[in-house]
Design a protein around this ligand. Structure first.
Ligand code: HEC
Length: 140
């Protein structure tokens, strides 16, 4: 009986630890993601408008945001997400280089590649707190 209680205690603690850990990841990630969305949208718009200086700013910022996301995922040992975030940071740098070179087609293609990673990662690692709530949490 005592052993069972200890075992139950350990399981409860592990459950609490996992929840706290997931919450900590989310607290760091949420402000980053909240900037990723408008920055990616602004980049798309400025690429369409061929506004080099605004698009370059967006690409630069998007790269920095995904570098931050990579750091958060890496520290939390979520390897697959860290890898996607790292790839996006590199892709954002390439987008920036293409904008500076005046190659709009390449810049648009690179930005599109970043855009296509959102859903894949969300499907695996993002969860809506309750259906239709539009509040999200991190899923390990
Ligand atoms: C490598 C994984 C990954 C990629 C890539 C990714 N996200 Fe996220 N995103 C998450 C996770 C995990 C959450 C849930 C935790 C949270 O809310 O921060 C999230 C949450 C969000 C949220 C909700 C933020 C909040 O707290 O309300 C938005 C908006 C968002 N992502 C936009 C984007 C957009 C736009 C892209 C692509 C340009 C993108 N994300 C790419 C992992 C990712």
């Amino acid at each position: 009986m005592r052993k069972v209680s200890i075992l139950i205690g350990i399981c409860l603690l592990a459950g609490v630890a996992l929840t706290l850990w997931a919450q900590a990841v989310e607290e760091q990630l949420s402000p980053v993601m909240k900037q990723v969305a408008p920055t990616a949208a602004s980049l798309r718009m400025n690429l369409t408008a061929k506004d080099a200086s605004a698009a370059a700013n967006d690409a630069q910022k998007l790269g920095e945001l995904f570098t931050q996301a990579q750091g958060i995922f890496k520290a939390a040992k979520v390897g697959d997400a860290a890898k996607v975030a790292k790839g996006n940071a590199a892709e954002a740098q390439e987008t920036l280089a293409a904008i500076k070179a005046g190659d709009w087609d390449a810049a648009t293609a690179k930005a599109g590649a970043i855009q296509r990673t959102c859903k894949g990662c969300h499907d695996v690692h993002r969860e809506e707190v309750s259906p239709g709530s539009k509040t999200y949490k991190f899923k390990p």
